[in-house]
Design a binder for this molecule. Sequence first.
Ligand SMILES: Cc1cc2nc3c(=O)[nH]c(=O)nc-3n(C[C@H](O)[C@H](O)[C@H](O)COP(=O)(O)OP(=O)(O)OC[C@H]3O[C@@H](n4cnc5c(N)ncnc54)[C@H](O)[C@@H]3O)c2cc1C
Length: 490
Amino acid sequence: MRVKLAGFNVDADILRRLEGDRCRHLTPETLSAAYARISRSPLSVDRLRQQACRDVEKARRSNQRIIFAMGHHSVAEHAVFNFDIMGVSRLALEEIERFRLASYTEKSQRYVTLAGDLVLPVEIRSAALKKMFREAAQRQNRFYFKAFSLLNRQLQHQHAKTAQSAAGQRLVEGWAKEDARYILSLATSGQVGMTVNARTLEHMLRRWRLSPRQEVRRLGEKLLALVLPIAPSIILFPEPTAFDREAFSPLDEFIAALPAAAARRPGPGPRIVSFTENGDDMILAAHVGSRRGLDFPRALAMVKRIAPARKKSLFREFFKKVEFFSAMPREFEMADITFQATVSASNFAQLKRHRMATLLAGEYAPELGNTLPESIRQVGLAGEFTEIIAATNDAYSRLREASGAAADYILTNSHRRRVLMKMNLREIYHFIRLRDDEHAQWDIRELAHGLAEKIRRIMPLSAMMLCGKSRFNDRFREVYSFPPPGAEAE
Ligand SMILES: Cc1cc2nc3c(=O)[nH]c(=O)nc-3n(C[C@H](O)[C@H](O)[C@H](O)COP(=O)(O)OP(=O)(O)OC[C@H]3O[C@@H](n4cnc5c(N)ncnc54)[C@H](O)[C@@H]3O)c2cc1C
């Protein structure tokens, strides 16, 4: 066996210092080109890489031929980029972070006091509307600081024990910021570090060109301009196709002609709209089938014949060694759960970070109401909060008429949208462990908690250990009457 380190991503500022005669070809394209040739060349991978580095122009031509002519697109995944994206709105961040095969880290609103920086959308052109936008956002901002100050005082008092240390004080301050931010607009600026391979980047660029928001389209142009001089041969299709643009147009026209449906207020909590009916059996059968080399229908028939009590004991045995951080095996992907929920923008900002899922989000709609943090009510600010929301909704209606989708920028973190989300049980375990947990923010925690309760009912065996990590030891004791592995016996 021979293994070589073929590459790793390095800070671009360091690379720039190295550039010059010694190191002229600082591009990840040579890796794509070398790996693309593995399947047909008799040479070893490291020789192919050396060849690509010696003649970068040839490597580029080879990339273009292989990606463009042969459609061997996955070779572009070997080229990886990191971007610092700064001064973008929360609304744009939603579009930036909707791609599953990329990595993101954002500044948490728990750890910063927002300085009131705003992205004023260029779609809002008239001076009067700009003024209205700024005034509405400034009013929200003033409330943010007032609410933060009151909440912080109250929470530091309520959690005096936690707040004894400087770290504890900062933690409590974070809770105050988290709740105060429900009034802040989606125009509030943020930043994100993003790592993405060239294939996903190309997909992002195509999607962003179709964004209704110029901020996002502009971001796509900037990223393309940064990447093209370094790696011109692997971003070949940044333009949306006619299919990308128009596939849904006939359906959308058809729907637009239908009479408007009566608006329905959202019910409490998530609603499961579809799930794998025999999820427990599917998981067992997937394992039995692959272990015994059986075709799947036979494995399923075999599992169906097992007595319910025996099945339960099989799952109990399976979970006996589970720990709060254990990843469920792939068999758990055989059971799907689709749910619908109405979530605040604040909740959505966290939900969208779960990439191993299908997440479809409707538009933000003032008719869906707003999420008012209980703590805001407790410090006597509910009335003022509601007044600001009413003023925000007025501004939104006027902006919507004049500037279309740009009106969304003035909506707040408390405004809501409907989401339809599908996850398999493996991902659900991960999601619930993280989000139905005492460290999770309360809004997404409530969603996760409601969901976990419902899933335990529909997949009683495979979901028997489904709970947040802070509840894990208790849940384990409920199921087994003894502590989990690694936990101290009482
Ligand atoms: C308490 C808390 C605080 C947080 N604070 C912040 C914060 O300050 N800033 C911030 O940006 N985010 C923050 N997050 C979000 C967090 O970083 C994750 O983005 C989010 O929880 C989604 O979880 P995930 O990445 O594990 O998995 P998912 O996206 O749900 O994916 C499931 C699993 O698939 C695997 N996976 C998915 N994609 C990849 C990949 N590209 N490479 C390797 N493995 C992959 C991993 O095993 C992952 O656990 C916070 C989350 C929590 C719970």
